[in-house]
Design a protein. Structure first.
Ligand code: C2E
Ligand code: CA
Ligand code: CA
Length: 541
């Protein structure tokens, strides 16, 4: 197609060039004819004394030089035509050659662009686009041939750690080795793709029994178990495999890949390291997915609200402060608990809009309380992603300046697991905020994978014992021991202790006996709106 268009264009150009040169040749012919006429007339005047037809005939017959002159237009005409054709064809050939060259280069560039669009340049494996395309095609052919189809997502869980330790070049080497090992265990050629920074996809189209996938998942695990050698050092990776099969788990690419992602999450907590998608365990139900798309608008539409729950100093019975707890006042579903959307907001990065909203609102409320002379310390929850956002200190400083609060009015609650995901960076952010006066509380203590080493390194003010231990201290000897020991540990580290989930007077008495500093829980009050909390404050004796 392109070739025929180019050829037509080329012959048009040759015609154009020829006509241009022919025009010049024609001018030459006309000048030559004019020269003959002038020359003949002048000779006639010289020889016969007049310019007449008879005179012209006489000089033409007598003067042989004029014959030569007569030939010139024919010579010009012929030479013009000949050279015009030659020049035009030479120019045409030159243009053709250069066009061909350009076309080859363009083709190479198009091929290169196509490759970049469809491949991962580090591993040379198909990328997400090509993988989705292949799955879509496979689905069509499965529908026709009634064969089985499965997608396996292989995630390298500790890849960020590897990257941070080794840097880009060496972690690229590991990625290449990973892709080679995956290709080696995969039964079908070309079925492995790299669909994200640390996630590979495997498409299986020719198997007949589900147990074959089981075996493949195990083979993948053991292939990746052996350490990877980079710069004479051995590195181990930790992988998870999430599996879906068509048509049981979805009938289009998006549904299948999304559910393979869910299976991947299930695999993270499965001891085998791999898991099949299961609708019962799918936390990403349709309601949640629609909720996420609505959460974006909820912030703009002012549907988020902060509730406050009191914290009381056990010894004095005085109010210590309040914890800000987020709620979503949904127009259809009513009041939605943060447990239903915070985790998902973290996954979809919407948390980067939620946290600033929470900070702004809680700082505003804190400013109002302090203006009214109420000396309350306001606890604000930060999520895992927040602690890894290097801009957080600047965001907080900006909001503090805009709302006029002092950092010492605020206690930022963080969790062990959010710190432990990337301790170095989290610690850096915590230290930056601590330096300018913000205090930190370790929330849900005892539920994560506690690292006493980090606990000591962190500039904490408070340790919050998780309510799962507190609510059972009266009935469970174990929990009572844990709570007591945690209080002692915290005090030895110079930290104050808050027990959350305090639901009765008896629990407060027990906590007091253990030397716990602060209590928070339904026994004091349930979380309530800013207005209701003010009312509750006013009603307090
Ligand atoms: P959390 O920080 O551990 O908050 C304490 C949770 O325990 C609150 O649930 C509170 O309502 C509940 N609670 C308080 N006292 C009692 C009690 O005596 N008995 C029982 N059974 N429960 C009690 P809530 O408000 O549903 O919050 C759940 C979690 O959501 C919070 O746990 C926190 O991790 C997260 N969250 C809440 N607000 C925010 C926020 O603004 N940002 C972020 N990132 N996370 C938030
Ligand atoms: Ca909390
Ligand atoms: Ca807590």
């Amino acid at each position: 197609m392109i070739l025929s268009v180019t050829n037509t264009l080329l012959s048009e150009n040759v015609k154009l060039l020829k006509s241009e040169v022919s025009k010049t040749a024609l001018q030459g012919v006309l000048i030559a004819i004019a020269a003959i006429i002038i020359g003949t007339c002048f000779s006639s005047l010289l020889i016969t004394g007049e310019i007449s037809l008879a005179g012209i005939v006489i000089v033409q017959k007598q003067n042989s030089v004029l014959w030569v002159l007569d030939c010139i237009p024919f010579i010009f005409g012929f030479w013009g035509q000949y050279s015009s054709s030659m020049i035009a064809y030479q120019a045409g050939a030159l243009v053709f050659e250069q066009t061909e060259d350009l076309r080859n280069k363009t083709n190479d560039l198009v091929k290169q662009a196509n490759y970049i669009n469809t491949h991962d340049l580090v591993t040379d494996l198909p990328n997400r686009n090509l993988f989705y395309d292949r799955v879509a095609r496979a689905i069509i052919s499965v529908t026709n041939n009634s064969q089985l189809l499965a997608i396996l997502l292989v995630e390298i869980e500790n890849f960020k750690e590897v990257y941070d330790t080794l840097g880009r070049n060496s972690s690229d080497v590991i990625l290449k080795q990973l892709s080679t090992r995956l290709q080696a265990v995969s039964p079908e050629q070309d079925c492995v793709a790299k669909i994200d920074g640390n996630v590979f996809g495997i498409l299986l189209t020719s198997f007949t029994d589900i147990s074959e996938i089981d075996r493949l998942a195990q083979a993948i695990q053991s292939a990746l178990e052996k350490p990877f050698m980079v710069e004479r050092l051995a590195f181990s990776v930790h992988s998870n495999v999430g599996i879906v099969h068509f048509p049981e788990h979805g009938d289009d690419v998006d549904a299948l890949v999304q559910r393979a992602g869910v299976a991947l999450e299930l695999a993270q907590s499965a001891h085998k390291g791999y898991a099949f998608y299961s609708p019962e365990l799918d936390k990403h139900s349709t309601k949640r997915l629609t909720l996420m798309s609505e959460l974006r608008r909820a912030i703009e539409r002012n549907e988020l609200v902060l509730f406050y729950q009191a914290k009381m100093t056990i010894k004095t019975g005085k109010l210590y402060g309040a914890e800000a707890l987020l709620r979503w006042q949904h127009p259809i579903h009513g009041l939605i608990s943060p447990d239903e959307f915070i985790e998902m907001a973290e996954r979809t990065r919407l948390i980067t809009q939620v946290t600033p909203w929470v900070l702004k609102q809680s700082f505003q409320d804190a400013a109002q309380w302090h203006k009214q002379g109420k000396d309350l310390k306001i606890s604000v929850n930060l999520s895992t992603k927040d602690l890894h956002d290097p801009e957080l200190p600047d965001v907080i400083t900006g909001i503090a300046a805009a709302t006029g609060i002092k950092p010492e009015w605020i206690m930022l609650e963080i969790t062990e697991s959010s710190v432990m995901r990337d301790p170095e960076h989290a610690l850096e952010i915590i230290k930056r905020l601590h330096k300018i006066g913000y205090q930190f509380s370790m929330d849900d203590f005892g539920t994560g994978y506690s690292s006493l080493a980090y606990l000591k390194k962190m500039p904490l003010t408070e340790l919050k014992i998780d309510r799962s231990f507190v609510s059972d201290i009266l009935s469970s000897e174990n929990d009572a021991v844990i709570v007591n020991a945690t209080i002692n540990l915290a005090h030895n580290l110079g930290l104050q202790v808050t027990a959350e989930g305090v639901e009765s007077k008896e629990i407060i008495d027990k906590l007091s006996e253990y030397g716990c500093d602060i209590a928070q829980g339904y026994y004091l009050n349930k979380p309530m709106s800013f207005e209701n909390f003010n009312q509750w404050l006013a009603d307090r004796p």
